[in-house]
Design a protein around this ligand. Structure first.
Ligand SMILES: NC(=[NH2+])NCCC[C@H](N)C(=O)O
Ligand SMILES: [Mn+2]
Ligand SMILES: [Mn+2]
Length: 338
């Protein structure tokens, strides 16, 4: 099939060739919890990592296949600054966000140096700052591409953010194009991430702030929002997204997965839910394809908030989150034979 995205008036991609699998997928996994919620306006994502463990995540990973080797590194430790919501430069709890992410970057780097694929369990989405910074210490910005699965763009800067919540800003702290839009922030001096927006693609967008929309147009950001998914279907979207950021299949892939990309039917226990989202089936397909691409090198699963909703909501959200992580590392709805 030769079919080009041009017909949708987006960036041109030729879908005729399949993604070249590269043997990056690691059978050795390192799980890291980040019980941190201060980048969000709603409390409770700090309970995410333990809720996932108590729901049996580690055992479910072990059961995917006999050659998966998973190690739980426990939780990131950092010194709480206890600045009680103090706002600097319109950044809520900046000192805590900075301190937690600095410790997280060190830990992610260590897991990679242990030859394991880090899977970081949030926590709010601000933790992508530390997680991706850690990955970038082990590779070059050119060699890393990012799939951001989210209802939100999370590309605000301190001046564009309507809330001051740093979980709405991680992507913008990681890209060089927006560097000059940020003031000098001593607490974040260690964050030297130098990715290009061209190496990012978003999937699942449906809640975009005014200035974020302007930036999307100004920088020609690559994305497939819910409208694109409605038009094209998740199969074409997934493969076009992977091609867009990794045309030759020779880059390593980081997936930053925000559970609020899912429709609240499947993941209501999250602080900033947005209706009319991805189904669990679409997410499983997406992550199965990510696995099949052979390029996945690291992943975040963020914004699970067990304090939101009733018991049923929490159970559904945890089940969705576990299934998404497992699909990313090889659990297959068509069955696993090893
Ligand atoms: N990771 C998230 N859930 N982000 C939600 C961000 C919401 C909004 N755009 C903000 O900047 O506050
Ligand atoms: Mn989100
Ligand atoms: Mn997010």
């Amino acid at each position: 099939m030769s079919w080009s995205l041009k017909i949708f008036n987006k960036f041109p991609i030729n879908l005729s060739s399949s993604i070249h699998a590269r043997a990056f997928n690691s059978k050795a996994i390192g799980i890291l919890g980040v019980p941190f919620d201060k980048g969000a306006g709603t409390r409770g994502t700090d309970k995410g990592p333990n809720a996932l463990r108590e729901a049996g995540l580690i055992d479910e990973i072990k059961h995917i296949s006999s050659n998966i080797d998973v190690k739980d590194y426990g939780d990131v430790h950092y010194e709480l600054m206890n600045t009680n919501g103090r706002k600097i430069h319109n950044l809520n709890d900046l000192s805590d966000v900075a301190a937690c992410n600095k410790a997280l970057a060190d830990q992610v780097e260590k897991i990679i140096k242990d030859n394991r694929m880090p899977i970081t369990l949030g926590g709010c989405h601000s933790i992508a700052i530390g997680s991706i910074s850690g990955v970038l210490r082990t590779t070059t910005p050119d060699n890393l591409c990012i799939l951001w699965v989210d209802a939100h763009l999370d590309l605000n800067t301190n001046t564009t953010s309507p809330t001051g919540n740093m979980h709405g800003m991680p992507a913008s702290l990681l890209v060089k194009e927006l560097r000059s839009n940020w003031p000098t922030i001593p607490e974040l001096e260690w964050c030297k991430a130098d990715l290009s927006l061209r190496n990012f693609c978003w999937i699942g967008l449906r809640s975009i702030d005014y200035y974020e929309r302007i930036m999307m147009e100004q920088y020609g950001i690559k994305y497939f929002d819910m409208r694109d998914i409605d038009r094209m279907g998740i199969d074409k979207v997934t493969n076009a997204a992977l091609k867009a950021i990794n045309p030759n299949g020779d880059r390593q892939l980081h997936v930053s997965f925000d559970i609020d990309s899912l429709d609240p039917l499947f993941a209501n226990s999250t602080g900033t839910p947005a209706g009319a989202g991805l189904t669990l089936r679409e997410c499983l397909f997406l992550m199965e394809e990510v696995h099949r691409s052979g390029t996945l090198s690291s992943m975040d699963l963020v914004e699970v908030n067990p304090l939101v909703g009733d018991v049923r909501d929490v159970t559904n959200t945890l089940n969705s989150a576990k299934a998404i992580v497992c699909a990313a590392i090889g659990s297959n709805r068509s069955g696993n034979s090893s």
